[in-house]
Write a protein that binds this ligand. Structure first.
Ligand SMILES: CC(C)(COP(=O)(O)OP(=O)(O)OC[C@H]1O[C@@H](n2cnc3c(N)ncnc32)[C@H](O)[C@@H]1OP(=O)(O)O)[C@@H](O)C(=O)NCCC(=O)NCCS
Length: 142
């Protein structure tokens, strides 16, 4: 499945990003809605993946000089396992590289470790709880 990926600021895409994050994190994964939205959304870059004009996935990149944090990666349940998540992740890494990032970090839900490892991320440190879901930090050095 080939998706069209665009990356924009929050103001431009929040109306597209919010429904898919509610569907995946709040409804499917029971993340409390007050934890889903934070101050980083305003300053992050947001990827939107579309197939046939429908939003099927998202993810965000928070830049802090040479460091970048990837998060809120979500693909609609009906579209998983078809490469959309990888396309989003690659697009966010490429944007980070263009902006000068040399180190990428993320908090991976443990079930998704293999997904991030395919793009070169390595686990770092112990498993911890975030929003009631086990996570591990993963890092990618450019
Ligand atoms: C994690 C997620 C974004 C992956 O998106 P996706 O579109 O299904 O991933 P892709 O199809 O691009 O998968 C790329 C590769 O990673 C692997 N992969 C994907 N999800 C995986 C998972 N949960 N566990 C292990 N491997 C996984 C695939 O097998 C695929 O490998 P392949 O290229 O050899 O076939 C998606 O499963 C999702 O939205 N999950 C619910 C929300 C979530 O958990 N987000 C992550 C928060 S850290």
């Amino acid at each position: 499945m080939s998706a069209t990926i665009t990356i924009s600021g929050w103001g431009e895409v929040k109306d597209l990003v919010k429904p898919i994050r509610v569907k995946v994190f709040v409804i499917e994964q029971n993340v409390p809605e007050e934890l889903e939205w934070d101050e980083y959304d305003e300053t992050a870059w947001h990827a939107v993946a579309k197939v046939n004009e429908q939003v099927v996935g998202t993810g965000r990149l928070i830049l802090d000089q040479s460091k970048a944090k990837i998060g809120r990666m979500a693909v609609d349940k009906n579209c998983r396992g078809k490469g959309v998540g990888s396309e989003i992740l690659k697009a966010l890494i490429n944007l980070g590289k263009e902006k000068g990032a040399q180190e990428f970090i993320l908090h991976a839900q443990t079930h998704a470790i293999a997904f991030y490892a395919k793009e070169g991320f390595e686990p770092y440190g112990p498993i911890f709880d975030e929003a009631g879901i086990p996570h591990v930090e993963m890092r990618l050095y450019i």
